[in-house]
Ligand binder design. Sequence first.
Ligand SMILES: [Zn+2]
Length: 213
Amino acid sequence: MDLIKSTVLPEGAEELQSLHIAARGHVAFTMRAGNVVRIVDVEGQQVADLVAFNQTDHTERLNGETTMLLNGTYNPREGHVVYSDDCNPMFTIIDDKVGRNYPGALMCSQEMNLIRYGIPGTVNCRDNLTDALRPWGIGMKDIPGAFTPFMNVIHHPDGRAEIAEPPSAAGDHIDLRAEMDLLVAISACPQERNPVNGWKPSSLDVVVYHQES
Ligand SMILES: [Zn+2]
């Protein structure tokens, strides 16, 4: 596997796995509790739709609503915890260069793009994650909503939620420490019809590392 050159890991970190997600692409992988996954926005303004499952019980899944309510924020960032639907910690956000993440749990889909834009057959996160998780026997309907690093949703006082361009720059990253053994899937969101990826879907790097604490 190619080493990822776009990021410098913390002092003493041991790289365990590195993956490159091409623009509009996806990956899935397993990781052990205590290890850290770093997601790097290679070119900037690219969001990462991330879902996770308890590796030993795939019916326990990442949950955006518990994550919002238990952290008390629409914008979980460094120090916050990403929870499962059983309210167990799945990740702790230990380093967050951007400070903008969306736990709102939805993701782009063929169905949503058809309603929003009248265009059938678009590449989308829902299909990406279904493809990524097929080897584990997980189907589309069993995939939870995503936790989405770098996604910039502005909540206006009148209740409107506006998708805006991500503030992430080239090389920015977020580090998530696994709090249980996990199966993780990530889609480099292919959306190009709204500002979510700065109108230009691009690639992501993913590095799993271990660090003695
Ligand atoms: Zn998407």
